[in-house]
Design a protein around this ligand. Structure first.
Ligand SMILES: [Zn+2]
Ligand SMILES: [Zn+2]
Length: 347
């Protein structure tokens, strides 16, 4: 098959012909139609994800057609249009059987612990529990654009923070996952305050439904500004960058009893920030939560938001590229010049 191989970190991907994926007994093989390019792929390309063993094929935000079904997979058929979550639980362990597949101890993280979908073909293990058949109303591009960003944002805003209509939601960082959190917050009827340092991203956040935007490069006190806008603090706040400073802004912008959800992946020095425990969690009774991925059985709730016209993914898709152009996007991400969602549509 044709695939984009990561052979050297921070070097252009090698688009070449390589071996086809092996069909898992309990899995499927999908012919990739569309695959998103995500900041998590960029982290892998930079060499900061310990799961990745080279040569490697990145790509975890795909949609396509099932071309092979293993003997122990019973729910999925050849020809089905499918996507799948980035984190795939085994479906059988006690955690998975409680519906928490993103916490499975033997999880397969597509495009990280195994080869991904910057390729013609991709293998999906545990397919009965993880393959999501697309309704006719969801195109390949929308399914790929949901990617890990919108599914993660949905889990964070709806399932973890449980943001309700009329509440306020601050979103720190308007890259892919941050913009998605803005969209989901607006879709459930929250007042959304979006924060970034790039005007173009704040403009996109407004398009995605943010009621207020804060440029952190031009205001002295981001958290104070949000507390002013919301009249005392946001009910919920999402950190979507994995940066210590924005994590602290997120905690400090919250109202009493507010809920912080960490969806930015805090790497390197940002992995162990100091927490002002007394002032935040104790006196102001804040909740600090993490959220990572979305289990397959929750995808239909996300599709329902799209079908109801409350979530428009098309307007977030800004670039449609070929497989050969994927490396260029990584170099743009080096400088945070990527805006909106980029999809590989020609493989
Ligand atoms: Zn499991
Ligand atoms: Zn992703």
């Amino acid at each position: 098959m044709k695939a984009a191989l990561l052979e050297e970190f921070e070097q252009p991907l090698n688009v070449t012909t390589t071996r086809d994926p092996v069909l898992p007994d309990d899995g499927i093989v999908v012919r990739v139609n569309t695959c998103g390019v995500c900041r998590s792929d960029w982290h892998g390309w930079k060499g900061t994800n310990p799961l990745i063993k080279r040569p490697h094929v990145p790509g975890h935000e795909f949609a396509g057609d099932v071309v092979a079904v293993g003997p122990d997979c019973h729910q999925i058929n050849i020809g089905d249009r499918v996507t799948a979550p980035v984190i795939m639980g085994c479906g059988c362990c006690p955690t998975c059987r409680q519906g928490q597949l993103t916490l499975c101890d033997t999880q397969h993280v597509i495009g990280f612990s195994g080869w991904g979908a910057f390729a013609e073909l991709v293998a999906i293990p545990y397919a009965d529990s993880n393959a999501v058949v697309l309704p006719d109303s969801v195109g390949y591009d929308v399914a790929a654009a949901l990617g890990c960003r919108t599914t993660t944002a949905f889990a964070a805003v709806v399932d973890r923070a449980q943001v309700r209509a009329g509440e306020s939601l601050a979103v720190h960082g308007c890259g892919g996952v941050g913009l998605s959190a803005v969209s989901i917050g607006a879709a459930v009827g929250a007042t959304v305050i979006a924060v970034d340092i790039i005007e173009e991203k704040l403009h996109l956040a407004k398009e995605a439904g943010a009621t207020h935007v804060v440029n952190a490069a031009t205001v002295n006190d981001v958290a104070g500004t949000i507390r002013e806008i919301t009249g005392g603090g946001a009910n919920a706040s999402i950190e979507a960058l994995g940066i210590t400073e924005t994590f602290h802004n997120s905690l400090r912008c919250l109202a009493k009893f507010g809920r912080h959800v960490q969806i930015g992946q805090p790497l390197d020095d940002h992995a162990t920030p100091l927490i002002p425990l007394l002032e935040t969690v104790y006196y102001r009774q804040l909740s600090i939560m993490g959220s990572r991925g979305l289990s397959a059985h929750r995808f239909p709730a996300l599709f329902a938001l799209i079908a109801a016209g409350r979530l428009d993914m098309q307007r977030l898709i800004k670039n449609r590229i070929t497989l050969e152009q994927a490396s260029d996007v990584f170099y743009q991400m080096d400088n945070h010049e990527d805006v909106g969602i980029t999809l590989i549509e020609s493989i």
